[in-house]
Write a protein that binds this ligand. Structure first.
Ligand code: FAD
Length: 406
């Protein structure tokens, strides 16, 4: 990647993260993918050096940096060869804690976030449901007040919840007022930061077999009258959708960075291979049919990189406690930038990974050359946390003013 134009802080993050990740070889990631084993060691190494609190306040033990630096951190993890699995083993701890940090009471922040930063606790993010998919506002999981007023009973199902097998906490979006009783569908949802304790009654997680990023578990989660205390509510009841959007925009920027990291990692492997592999008496990389697809994939990554760090900068500068806070930046502008960046980076990463596999011929398909793993992983940023189609629906309607298509 071309690194000119980044801030000194971003470059410091990049150098330091590359150093931590150098202890985790390509073979470590291949083996963890094959054995579907969680990369606990990476999480522990990053926690030990204080990286999990990169975008959380200093008074809680964090570094007080922004999503721009966090995006650089996650890009670098992916780019080091850890890929999406490495990045996903920590990313919810960075983005899902953003709305907690911004909307929780000082007492809740203190109680909840210190242990995430130290690595003692881990967070998962519970939004997607099997029966509602991308129609988040229709989600059916309910949190109903208990008769003694001490808390809520949660019932319903979530799906695709990453890291639920290892998490101790979950950011949960659930309905507290039936949809028929609210004026707007975005009302009546509440955000909770709950204990995720699989030993308690009413909570179960079932691992889903998946295509890539296999080191990190994805799960179906079942709630059946699972009790959560009242003080796990973050912000006001019924305002959860607005609150969680802060985490979602941050997540899009981080995932864009992770996609970029995968794409650059793939191009590094394929261009090294193309320099060395000799067929018909010369390196395959001397052929323009090999060289040009890789060169154009690089340029697409570079363009997506600009969109990604622009989005992360807008996110940070729209945050009131940021030193460069600009009140004129609207949440709509942040949303457009973060969605566009995630779309562009995911597509650029896919192009880079697919071309890398193809230009390496048979060896692109061999596990020991790693790019097939990157290709499998790079579908995730295209699907999650919001699909390509829904981003285009959003831009078509909310930016271009076209009629709503769905
Ligand atoms: C590996 C992985 C990890 C994940 N981790 C988490 C997690 O930790 N927490 C969490 O909450 N979720 C997680 N997700 C879920 C992810 O956010 C969803 O899969 C994603 O939002 C898509 O939802 P869906 O799968 O229900 O697709 P669906 O809503 O069923 O959509 C299926 C397809 O139809 C298209 N489509 C639907 N409606 C329209 C329309 N109106 N116009 C055009 N196209 C349309 C979509 O674009 C998509 O291509 C994860 C997913 C994966 C694959």
């Amino acid at each position: 990647m071309e690194t000119s134009g980044f801030t000194e802080e971003q470059m410091t993050v990049r150098d330091a993260i590359f150093k931590v990740c150098a202890n985790f070889s390509d073979d470590y990631w291949m083996e963890h993918d094959q054995t579907e084993t969680y990369p606990h060691e990476l999480h522990a190494a990053l926690a030990k050096d204080g990286w999990l609190g990169i975008a959380l306040p200093e008074e809680l033990g964090g570094s007080g940096l922004g999503i721009q630096e966090a995006t650089m951190m996650l890009q670098t993890i992916a780019e080091s060869g850890a890929g999406l699995a490495g990045a996903q083993s920590i990313h919810a701890n960075v983005y899902a804690t953003q709305p907690v940090s911004k909307f929780a009471t000082p007492e809740q922040r203190d109680r909840f976030l210190r242990k995430i930063i130290s690595g003692e606790w881990r967070t998962c993010f519970g939004v997607t449901e099997p029966n509602t998919g991308l129609e988040t506002l229709k989600l059916r999981t309910t949190a109903l007040p208990t008769s003694d007023g001490s808390g809520y009973n949660v019932s319903g199902q979530k799906i695709w919840i990453s890291s639920a097998q290892v998490a101790t906490k979950m950011v949960l979006l659930a309905r507290t007022t039936p949809i028929e009783e609210v004026k707007k569908p975005s009302e009546g949802l509440s955000m909770f930061y709950i204990d995720f304790d699989l030993s308690q009654p009413g909570l179960e997680a079932k691992r889903i077999k998946k295509m890539g990023g296999r080191a990190v578990d994805a799960n179906q989660v079942f709630f059946d009258n699972y009790f959560i205390p009242k003080d796990s509510l973050i912000g006001k009841e019924g305002q959860g959708f607005k609150i969680i959007l802060h985490g979602m925009n941050a997540e899009r920027a981080l995932l864009a960075g992770e996609a970029l990291g995968l794409g650059y990692a793939a191009l590094k492997k394929s261009s090294e291979y193309a320099k060395e592999r000799v067929v018909f008496g010369r390196p395959i990389g001397q052929n323009q049919a090999i060289q040009h697809p890789l060169a154009s994939a690089y340029m697409h990554l570079e363009a997506a990189k600009l969109a990604t760090y622009h989005a992360a900068r807008l996110y940070d500068r729209s945050t009131p406690d940021n030193k460069d806070y600009d009140p004129s930046i609207t949440q709509h502008q942040v949303g457009v930038a973060c969605n566009s960046a995630k779309y562009l980076a995911a597509e650029a990463a896919f192009t880079a990974c697919e071309r890398s596999v193809m230009c390496m011929g048979g060896m692109g398909y061999a596990q020991e050359y790693h790019v097939e793993r990157y290709l499998r992983e790079c579908f995730v940023p295209r699907i999650a946390p919001v699909s390509r189609e829904m981003i285009m629906n959003f831009v078509g309607e909310k930016v271009l003013g076209l009629p709503r298509s769905y």
